[in-house]
Design a protein around this ligand. Structure first.
Ligand code: PYL
Length: 273
């Protein structure tokens, strides 16, 4: 998992309205609507005002990322919930959150970013939620993916979660991972729900053939000019963005990419199910 840097997230809080405007243009959905859609939730908005969300900074490992907790708070507030960042980090922050009546906790160390519903025990993991969110975004951009071919780059937690959502959307799933065994593991996981996944072994050929792509790999400059067509659409949860930087402006109307917003929004609705 790529560790976010402060300058990946420093503009999130100030640009959430613009983020929503762009998302509606691409998918027809606001962030809150797309997140609910991704988890098949039908959340009673009236209840949102009664839910308290605490974000707890974690100092372990490589420590706190400047602006991370604040960005998560701003996204959750944008969804219509009350949210705050605790004064204390770590265990003190958890105690502070519970003492102040938090219903949901968000916290991230170097390995996991989780949301926990203290009332129900439901837990959402950022990697899983992000995969769901981006698959839902691509599905809404196409108003359905049934029988359509979708290439997933990266068979990690995000790509695997996206594959399960694509199975729900009845897409024809193709997977490329530089580690063939990772692709095969994903194939086996989907076989357990009797869903076929096709393995791509040549990245350049795969990118030339496919025009619906979920870029869930942590590499840049993977999707290049000669791979892109007029009808190419890319849902890119991966950090950094895999599209060749010179092509980003041209593809941007058909590109979903953010460092945190969609994953956090899906986590929020997932723990309320
Ligand atoms: C959750 C993000 C999405 C991509 N990479 C993940 C990451 O950067 N994880 C590390 C998060 C550390 C947060 C730090 C803090 O500020 O509380 N412990």
């Amino acid at each position: 998992m790529t560790r976010l840097k402060e300058d990946d997230i420093d503009e999130i809080s100030a640009n959430l309205s613009n983020y929503d405007n762009e998302l509606v243009k691409k998918t027809g959905y606001l962030l809150s609507e797309l997140a609910e859609y991704a988890v098949c939730a039908d959340f009673d908005k009236l209840k949102s005002q009664s839910i308290q969300v605490a974000v707890i900074p974690m100092t372990c490992g490589q420590g706190i990322i400047g602006g991370f907790g604040e960005s998560v708070v701003s996204i959750v507030k944008h969804l219509g919930f009350k949210a705050w960042i605790t004064d204390s980090p770590d265990a003190g922050g958890v105690a502070e959150a519970v003492q102040n009546g938090a219903d949901v906790l968000f916290m991230a160390d170097d390995l996991r970013f989780v949301a926990i519903n203290l009332r129900t025990g439901v837990i959402s993991d950022n990697g899983d939620a992000t995969g769901k969110g981006y698959a839902a975004g691509l599905e809404r951009m196409n108003k359905g993916l049934q029988e359509k071919e979708v290439l997933i780059l990266g068979a990690g937690p995000v790509g695997t979660s996206a594959a399960f959502s694509l199975a729900r959307y009845k897409a024809k799933i193709f997977i490329f991972d530089p580690d063939l065994s990772a692709s095969r593991t994903l194939v086996e996981k989907l076989r357990k729900i009797e869903y076929t996944v096709n393995v791509e072994t040549n990245l350049d050929q795969a990118l030339k053939h496919h025009h619906l792509i979920i870029d869930a790999c942590p590499a840049d400059n993977v999707i290049l000019r000669h791979h892109l067509r007029e009808d190419t659409q890319i849902a890119a949860p991966g950090i950094p963005l895999g599209v060749e930087s010179a092509m980003i402006e041209q593809i941007s109307p058909r590109l979903l990419h953010d460092p945190l917003q969609l994953g956090v929004a899906v986590m929020m609705f997932e723990v309320l199910k």
